[in-house]
Design a protein around this ligand. Structure first.
Ligand code: ATP
Ligand code: MG
Length: 427
């Protein structure tokens, strides 16, 4: 027997049964991003490896052990993008998008990280990503966060909490970093192997440690909040005031440091208690130094990325998945006369009004099996046409969600009647 090939570990198929939630999320995101003036940018999945080394940082988990890197046939080292910000900044610089201009952009698509696959953590996963390039904030910081809050509201998501912190500038962070290293050196005996390794390369990441044995030493560490330069402190205070004024609740979490090197000032993370240990659904931060670091004219910037798999799972758990991408109507055709008018009738329904979604029963079958398919299609109504109906030029319209009686509607009125019946759902 021929062996059946499986997908690569940590890389998922999104099956038709599951795609409604994805479409719903992506539609809400597209609409919300447009409401705030963000425009789509589409970029290659492959970049030169150097881009990620120079932006994300050599001592981060991503660059140290998570990248899919290979040599192409011409001998160049390429990497499947593990995140979107570096590529967006690269594109903005190399296309001159920041010459006397600012940009508000978004993109969505797959990211690749060689992580240990588990629930909510995959090797190919998907992000929706928004970036504001050339904006010093804190107004744009607040607005980027308001935009995420609006998406959660529109999706109906409950129980998301916002963690907020400021990392200061590169200079103030360097001072803090030195104090942190001194502190952890003085407690070297309690550091686990991971943390000991991070002490030189990326000591702030030790604050992120989830090891209970280290909880006490982490809790006693100096706080970054006490080491902010005056401008960063002011920036952070204004951001908090603007969020409060807009009614967005948040918690200031001085241990929130984020895993990437390029952040400065504002960092934030939306978390949930519904997903176990993979609790971050959206995270972001300011990266005022990155554009210059990658060879552009200095330009302040900030962005966020949300994890689609985690949001989709939350939508499913909270019962928020609608009928996106499913037909409105399933057309049941019983008999030769019905078959003869079926395709034409379906076309008329698709032409009308907003353009109904009509799945025609193709390939015949008994009345009973066609009704079963109608149910399975997820359509809200079955429109049933038999030879008697053709003679009378009417169709029987049956709700597939148990509401109302079966009704007879003339062919000529079908489009209008169905559009009206479907209205509440599509408003
Ligand atoms: P985590 O702490 O969970 O590893 P992260 O800080 O590495 O997250 P970011 O690089 O900021 O995550 O990516 C933004 C979002 O993308 C995360 O909040 C999360 O929702 C999602 N995400 C990150 N890595 C993965 C993954 N391997 N699989 C699925 N989703 C992911
Ligand atoms: Mg990670």
């Amino acid at each position: 027997m021929t062996e059946i090939l499986q997908a690569v570990r940590g890389m998922n198929d999104v099956l038709p049964e599951q795609s409604s939630a994805w479409q719903q999320l992506e539609r809400v995101a597209r609409e919300t991003l447009a409401q705030y003036g963000y425009r789509e940018i589409r970029l290659p999945l492959l970049e030169r490896t150097e881009l990620f080394k120079r932006s994300i940082g050599e001592f981060t988990d991503i660059v140290e052990k998570e990248m899919y890197t290979f040599e192409d046939r011409g001998g160049d080292s390429l990497t499947l993008r593990p995140e979107a910000t570096a590529g967006i900044v690269r594109a903005a610089i190399s296309n001159g998008l920041l010459h006397n201009q600012r940009q508000k952009v978004w993109c969505m698509g797959p990211m690749f990280r060689y992580e240990r696959p588990q629930k909510g953590r995959y090797r190919q996963f998907h992000q929706i990503d928004a970036e504001a390039l050339g904006f010093p904030g804190p107004d744009v910081d607040a607005e980027l966060i308001l935009m995420t809050a609006r998406m959660w509201r529109r999706l109906g998501l409950r129980g998301l909490r916002l963690n907020l912190n400021s990392l200061g500038t590169a200079e103030s962070r360097a001072v803090y970093r030195a104090r942190l290293v001194d502190y952890f050196r003085a407690h070297a005996s309690v550091l686990d192997a991971d943390s000991a390794r991070r002490l030189d390369g990326n000591p702030l990441r030790i604050l992120d440690s989830k090891n209970p044995a280290m909880a006490e030493v982490v809790a006693g560490a100096p706080s970054i909040t006490d080491h902010l330069d005056p401008e960063s402190a002011e920036h952070f205070a204004t951001l908090q005031a603007q969020l409060s004024a807009a009614g967005v609740e948040f918690v200031v979490n001085p241990r929130l440091v984020r895993g990437l090197d390029y952040y400065s000032r504002t960092v934030f993370e939306w978390v949930t208690t519904d997903l176990g240990s993979q609790d971050a659904v959206c995270s972001g931060g300011r990266y005022d130094g990155l554009v210059a670091q990658l060879g552009g004219e200095p330009a302040p910037a900030i962005g966020w990325a949300l994890g689609e798999e985690r949001i989709v799972e939350l939508m499913r758990l909270q019962g928020l998945v609608g009928n996106e991408g499913r037909p409105d109507v399933y057309l049941v055709l019983a008999g030769a006369a019905a078959d003869a008018v079926g395709l034409g009738l379906a076309e008329r329904l698709r032409d009308a009004g907003r353009g109904l979604r009509v799945e025609t029963n193709c390939g015949g079958g008994s009345f009973k099996s066609q009704l079963k398919r109608a149910d399975k299609s997820g359509a809200r109504y079955a429109v049933i046409v038999g030879d008697d109906e053709v003679a009378k030029r009417v169709a029987a319209v049956k709700s597939l969600r148990g509401e109302g009686e079966q009704r007879e509607i003339a062919f000529d009125d079908l489009a209008v009647e169905l559009s009206r019946a479907l209205e509440p759902e599509t408003a």
